[in-house]
Ligand binder design. Structure first.
Ligand code: NOJ
Length: 960
């Protein structure tokens, strides 16, 4: 196979070795029962469940309450009756937007608990609400707030219990089941011996420790997994807390797991999974399509949802965390969070709607910035395009087959001995010329830069890192060495500030640099892989927990954040390398809360199976609701050789994922879209073109996400929070606020698909214009889904802007005219948005944008369609301090026209269509079903050809 001819024998040997040693996956990763602190946490829950009158030993000492001078927050001492000499401190504050932050830490302990996770996840220290007044009573301290004064936070003293209420109803209860436990630091010698068999039956009796902590020191001081020993120099320091949602039957979030969007149970009478959901960034080889196992990224954010309320909890903890979920009733949810280390730093997001929760989370961790426009187009990747000529040939084949593509990717084999930044001169002798050839038609390249540095003196990056003393250390303070693609490797400690400007500087093409990233151009962007970090000979394929990072923190404390720092610093390097700066593009595999600020993510090494295709949708949705909107999964499946039918279906889902990249393992057969036989090849061409035609929709959706934190892909419960039928639906979704509803087909042999419509509204098939009627009670409709058909409906009431001229790459579409699909809703009106800017620089931040609103509404017997300037009307919506109607970007596209307007669902044939105050326009009308009627069938279609109106200008068209 061509893809392998270049490979050095040594690489193949290494690879074969690793793929064999990595096979079987379950044994490489811990279950809860193999992890000391998780066992202890679950055992605590079990004792609580089986002990009558169980009560949390933690209480708040009212005499210690100290309300801040501004009244906005209070602190108090917390005691555990089991350890009267150990002090804990509680800090509770309400933020400006109503989010409650609850922090608890051990005070004056033998050591300090890791408390820096929030520093990495949050964009800033949240502003505290100055209008709060805490009322300190005999049994609790409480505050009421909110625009309707209907939100109340109550901190009960004994036992300690924190409750967030809205409208008198409990929304979130912390420690309601008494599972809160912060294992204090202790010395090994002072450890208490609790004899077996002495377990107390009732709380607070003689053997209270056994009642609470268990009767043995389970995994306190050392643990082994396989051949790996964790020295655990700090001893036990885990943190357990139960969080109840007494009025919410569904919970979502805590990505990333391959599972349904509405999270299934892990405890209770008949749990769906036997293990808790795990958050511990891990490179799981051939991961299962349904499992609570940890994957590459971790976001400790959970939404809890019911028909009348959405709330969220965000537990900013960076260590390994396990989360049990159960549903005591169909309308309530219990969760139990067990973390290995760190402080309790819990944000309670009061909602009350999904939209409000997104906003509250975005206020904390930021939004995904608007990506470069080209980054929303099609990315062609494989492991590996083997030479610069290979890249040129692939590009040529796309052109010959009239298939659009924007980005060609280079996996690890471009780099000499996997020394990233350094081209393998045998295969890539002319990287600049190659990139320029690709860029000649506006295309880009992405090259992989992994975090493992080959330990060799002929690798300047490694040498410089050593010199700067920024490499991760072992517990004995010597440089840590592990194995990855590079063989013997070391890892940069990105927690060390000394690494930041140095790493960022590596991307700058300075004159006189002696090594090869000088052989790079501004058209090459970056892929950060293996940043969990993946370490082939490490425990659970990652770094030993007793490794030491900057500040003396153990790897165990920071593991889940580790992966996020790499794309953070890399994206800064990409911004800094050009003047004026360009928007960066970095794809990351590992992520944490806040990672949305640094680029895109993908769901890692999926398999080419129908199950994986299907679960990819759920995973992208779960990531999206946790901030990671710029998400996708490998189109085609990373492993395996999908048959043509599967590949076509996979592309159909791919074009509707925010990040759209085909990728394949080195052992797979080549499967670029032009290689398929007919009719599949033509189907793929149409599918790719459909994505390109819809780029205006995607870009507009990303604009909204960057401004509001609302996800680009929106699941049913987000769109229709009151429709209980939709709460578990995770195989269809809406694209931003555009009104496009997509139901990818993920099973073989399909001829049709069932799409759920939650509202009494007309929906139109995007292609055939068939009108379907929803119902306010919810209703499923059957839509055609032969292999060439992807089920896409337009929600009545939407205006969809597209560009329909096929081009080789998206930058070539810059001056292309627009088509507007005006899909009239049941009230014969419609609305839509279009956002545009130069797509490359940051000039949009100073107002160089076009942001239009299109509306259609009844006017007499006809309708009026108009375009107005949304940026001028709502400058805040585009985050503009200055906006000038005649800005440079407007000028650059001022001749761009609307070439066609298609109106769906008009009741009667118009007698005239004209520009307000102007000429008559040519039109065609095909009779059909009206939007405001009851009939199903093909909708009436009014086509206004060449209306002559400009995309940047205000206009009105009167259909009479
Ligand atoms: C693992 C990544 O998940 C995969 O996408 C990539 O191809 C290989 N590493 C090789 O770099």
């Amino acid at each position: 196979m061509k893809g392998l001819t270049f490979s050095s024998v040594s690489f193949l040997l290494l690879f074969t070795l690793f793929s064999q040693s990595l096979a079987v996956k379950h044994n490489d990763f811990k279950t809860c029962s193999q992890s000391g602190f998780c066992r202890r946490g679950r055992a605590l829950a079990e004792r609580a469940n089986t002990t009558p009158r169980w009560q949390s030993p933690y209480s708040l000492d009212p005499s210690s309450i100290s309300v801040s001078s501004s009244q906005a927050s209070f602190t108090a001492g917390i005691k555990s009756s089991l350890y009267p000499d150990i002090k804990f401190g509680l800090d509770v504050r309400v933020q400006e937007d109503g989010v409650v932050r609850v922090r608890m830490d051990e005070i004056d302990g033998l050591r300090k608990r890791y408390d820096e996770a929030a520093g990495w996840a949050l964009i800033a220290e949240p502003l505290v609400n100055q209008d709060i007044t805490w009322t300190v009573g005999k049994k609790d301290v409480r505050a009421t707030y909110g625009p309707k004064k209907d939100i109340e936070v109550v901190v009960e003293f004994q036992p300690l219990r924190v409750v967030l209420k809205r409208g008198g109803k409990e929304q979130v209860v912390v420690n309601g089941r008494g599972l809160l436990h912060m294992e204090h630091f202790r010395t090994k010698s002072e450890a208490k011996e609790i004899k077996e068999g002495e377990e107390a039956q009732e709380p607070m009796q003689v053997n209270s420790l056994a009642w609470f902590e268990g009767d043995s020191e389970d995994g306190y001081w050392e643990e082994s997994f396989g051949s790996h020993k964790d020295s655990k120099p700090k001893g036990p320091e885990s943190l357990s807390v139960d969080i109840e949602f007494p009025n919410h039957g569904h919970v979502y979030g805590i990505p990333q797991h391959a599972t349904s969007l509405s999270l299934p149970t892990t405890t209770g009478d008949d749990p769906f999974y036997s293990d808790p959901f795990r958050l511990y960034n891990a490179d799981v080889f051939e991961y299962l399509a349904s499992s609570p196992m940890s994957l590459y990224g971790s976001i400790p954010l959970m939404h809890a949802h019911s028909a009348d309320s959405t709330v969220g909890v965000f537990h900013v903890v960076a260590s390994e965390t396990w989360i049990d979920i159960s549903h005591p009733t169909t309308k309530s949810t219990n969760t139990h969070w067990i973390s290995e280390s760190g402080i309790l730093d819990l944000f309670l997001l009061p909602g009350p709607t999904p939209e409000a929760v997104f906003k509250q989370y975005a206020t904390l961790t930021g939004t995904a910035p608007l990506p470069a426009h080209w980054a929303l187009a099609y990315h062609q990747c494989r492991w590996n395009y083997v030479s610069s000529d290979d890249v040129r040939t692939v590009a040529k084949r796309f052109d010959e087959e009239d298939m659009p593509v924007d980005v060609f990717w280079l996996d690890i084999e471009y780099a000499e001995e996997h020394k990233y930044f350094i081209w393998d001169k045998k295969t890539f002798p002319d990287p600049i010329e190659m990139t320029n050839d690709v860029a000649a038609v506006g295309r880009k390249m992405v090259a992989i830069i992994d975090p493992h540095l080959k330990r060799t003196s002929n690798y300047p990056v490694y040498e410089q890192a050593k010199e700067l003393d920024v490499l991760v250390k072992k517990s004995d303070n010597n440089e840590y060495e592990g194995w990855c693609w590079t063989g013997s490797s070391s890892w940069v400690d990105f927690f060390n500030p000394a690494s930041w400007s140095w790493w960022a500087s590596l991307f700058k093409m300075q004159e006189g640099k002696t090594w090869s990233w000088t052989q790079s151009t501004e058209d090459i962007y970056v892929w950060n892989d293996m940043n969990e970090p993946a370490i082939f000979n490490g425990p659970e394929i990652t770094m030993p927990k007793d490794n030491v990072h900057y500040g003396g923190w153990e790897h165990r404390d920071v593991h889940n954040i580790n992966g996020m720092l790499f794309p953070n610093v890399t994206s800064q390097g990409l911004i800094a390398r050009s003047d004026p700066p360009k928007r960066p593009f970095v794809l990351t595999r590992s992520f944490y809360a806040g990672s949305q600020r640094f680029g895109a993510m993908w769901t890692g090494d999926n398999m080419g199976t129908w199950e994986h295709m299907a679960v990819g949708i759920k995973m992208v949705l779960a990531n999206s609701i946790a901030g990671m909107s710029f998400a996708g999964s490998d189109v085609g499946g990373f492993f395996g050789n999908p048959e043509s039918e599967m590949l076509v279906r996979w592309y159909q889902w791919g074009i509707f994922s925010p990040f759209f990249r085909a990728h394949a393992h080195i052992d797979t057969k080549r499967r670029e879209p032009y290689l398929l036989d007919e009719p599949y090849k033509s189907m793929l061409r149409d599918i790719l073109r459909l994505r390109y035609s819809m780029l205006p929709v995607w870009y507009t959706a990303f604009r909204e996400t960057s401004a509001t934190g609302l996800p680009v892909l929106r699941p049913q419960y987000v769109m229709f929070p009151q429709d209980t039928n939709g709460f578990a639906i995770d195989d269809q979704f809406y694209v931003g606020g555009s009104g496009l509803l997509v139901k990818p087909v993920t099973s073989p042999g399909a001829k049709d698909a069932s799409v759920y419509l939650a509202e009494n509204q007309v929906y139109y098939d995007y292609f055939s214009h068939k009108a379907y009627r929803g119902s306010s009670k919810g209703k499923s409709v059957t839509v055609p889904a032969e292999l060439h058909q992807v089920p896409v409906l337009i929600r009545g009431g939407s205006v969809i802007p597209t560009r329909e001229r096929p081009r080789r790459s998206s930058p070539l579409m810059k001056n292309d005219p627009f088509t507007l699909r005006v899909a009239l809703g049941s009230a014969s009106s419609a609305r839509g948005e279009l956002y545009l800017d130069d797509g490359v620089t940051f000039s949009h931040e100073k107002g160089d944008v076009v942001f239009r609103e299109f509306t259609a509404g009844k006017a007499g017997k006809g309708i009026r369609i108009s375009s107005t300037d949304l940026a001028a009307a709502h400058p805040g919506d585009v985050a503009l301090s200055t906006y000038d109607k005649q800005n440079d970007f407007v000028k650059s596209i001022e001749k761009v026209k609307v070439e066609k307007i298609v109106v769906l669902g008009l009741g009667v044939k118009p007698s005239s269509v004209k520009i307000e105050g102007g000429e008559q326009l040519e039109f065609e009308f095909v009779e059909g079903v009206a939007a405001d009627g009851k009939k199903e069938g093909v909708a009436s279609v009014l086509t206004i050809k060449n209306p002559g109106v400009l995309i940047t200008k205000d206009w009105e068209i009167v259909v009479a």
